[in-house]
Ligand binder design. Structure first.
Ligand code: SIN
Length: 476
């Protein structure tokens, strides 16, 4: 097979979101890293994050944060993971500040922490109001001095004697092969495979397919979080509306003023899955709206939301909302050093599954996980000597990818076994005959879609993992 470009690095990081950047920023001096992304380095979900980052920095200890995480996750977490992330989370704000990130403060100088669904108290730190992800990422990218290869898709991992020793794919349309002493999957979630998603279109769960290809253990793929508030404009979805608005007093209602979450003891600040389920049920009959009129200083605290409404010529005081695909709770199983069950292969951030999120992630725990676990991985990484790459054999893909429409209809808030089964059969029958970047990308997407459908079927059959089974993956 003809090869056009060969590169070599110590640590190949697939992705450029917060998890990837946190790994890169925390690697020991002298360790080389190369980051690759299918699009541009700024095309990440981390850049889009509005809500903020949860931290118990202002609390006596991390216990209440830990308890809220477990409760929102319906008790299906690995308690030692939750303990680790929330405890480490107490210092993330000052660590990010040391990198130059500025968090919002009140006039008197105290942090302006906010509250979101299922948090017992306000503990969400913001930067630039609802522009937290962008502000944080822009600053961290300035500090990160490892090279980034853009427009580069990794379509397969390369192994030798059961160990991942590199990866291959395409830079633009040119074939590329990268030798690495460790490969880190930080490629985010799966929202780009589905319609009405808060994710960048490019985020299509490639890491899951790459990991499955080399036999890495995956877990809890049936748990997809649907965000309760996606703006609706002229019948179409027009992007995320941060949950922090409800934390600041906004509430969900029907056209005649009935409160959607009145039945729930936590009202509009119930856990995300419960709010999404309530909205889905009501939307079968009528529209649901978010009333933001109780929110003080709306434009100052929520500039992304207000500017979007202005652009669309919508009154920000009352907007129609629907639910949308937001986050994958499961993923590639790792331990707290980011190690998967395959030697040489690591995973971090949304693509990994460490037992933190159970069946429903607590709001604003995602940026927290990315930063904490990226650092933990980098600090514990031990590199073996470089191994020779195996001979590359052709890999076949498919002319068509996955139908977003069809996948979205079946991986909905309410799952139906017969529809999931039919979609899975259809994808299983696809034949892979084409070569080239597009075809190989389609192969990854189809593989990921199948994994998600299988995950959803397992979930429906009650075959989900127990807490005991959520123990960390074997170390390598
Ligand atoms: C939001 O701003 O509502 C999303 C934050 C998150 O995903 O935790």
């Amino acid at each position: 097979m003809s090869l056009h470009k060969r590169l070599k690095t110590d640590v190949l990081i697939i992705g450029t979101g917060l998890a990837a950047i946190s790994v890169a920023l925390h690697l020991p001096n002298g360790m080389q890293a190369l980051l690759v992304t299918k699009g541009t380095q700024r095309q990440t979900n981390s850049m889009r994050a509005q809500g903020g980052i949860a931290s118990a920095q202002l609390e006596k200890n991390h216990e209440a944060h830990s308890a809220d995480t477990i409760r929102a996750a319906k008790n299906r977490t690995n308690p030692s993971t939750v303990d680790f992330v929330t405890r480490e989370g107490r210092t993330v704000i000052s660590e990010l500040e040391a990198f130059g990130v500025k968090f919002d403060r009140k006039k008197q100088g105290d942090y302006a922490v906010g509250r979101e669904g299922a948090h017992g108290i306000p503990r969400i730190f913001h930067s630039g109001g609802d522009r937290t992800g962008r502000q944080m990422m822009e600053q961290l990218l300035k500090k990160m001095n490892h090279p980034v290869l853009e427009q580069t898709v990794i379509t397969r991992l390369l192994t030798a004697d059961g160990r991942v020793v590199g990866a291959a794919g395409y830079e633009g349309d040119e074939r590329i092969e990268i030798s690495a002493r460790a490969v880190v999957l930080a490629s985010g979630g799966i929202g780009g495979l589905l319609l009405t998603s808060t994710n960048d279109d490019m985020i299509t769960g490639d890491g899951l397919a790459l990991a499955a290809d080399v036999g890495a253990e995956l877990s809890d793929l049936g748990y997809i979080q649907h965000h309760p508030t996606i703006l609706v404009h002229q019948g179409k979805s027009a992007g995320l509306i941060t949950e922090a608005l409800r934390g600041a007093g906004a509430y969900l209602m029907t056209r005649d003023g009935r409160r959607v979450m009145d039945h729930h003891p936590e009202g509009d600040l119930a856990a995300r899955d419960e709010v999404a389920a309530a909205i889905t049920a009501i939307r079968k009959q009528e529209s649901v709206y978010l009333n933001t009129t109780p929110v003080a200083q709306l434009a100052e605290r929520f500039p992304t939301f207000v500017q979007k409404c202005e652009k669309l010529n919508i009154n920000p005081g009352l907007v129609e909302v629907t639910t949308g695909v937001h986050f994958l709770m499961g993923g590639i199983k790792t331990n707290l050093a980011g190690q998967t069950s395959v030697a040489g292969l690591y995973a971090v951030g949304e693509t990994a599954s460490i037992g933190l999120h159970g069946t429903n992630r607590l709001a604003s725990n995602s940026l927290l996980e990315c930063f904490v676990m990226g650092k933990a991985l980098a600090r514990q990484l031990q590199l073996p000597p470089r191994r020779a790459l195996p001979t590359l054999r052709p890999i076949f893909g498919c002319e068509d990818g996955v139908s977003k429409q069809q996948l979205s209809e079946v991986l909905a808030v309410e799952l139906q076994e017969d529809r999931l089964q039919a979609a899975l059969e259809q994808l299983t029958n696809k034949s892979f005959r084409q070569t080239g970047r597009r075809a190989e990308q389609h192969r990854l997407q189809i593989t990921t879609a199948r994994l998600l459908l299988e995950g959803a079927l397992h979930r429906l059959k009650g075959e989900q993992l127990t807490n005991e089974q959520m123990a960390p993956a074997a170390t390598t």
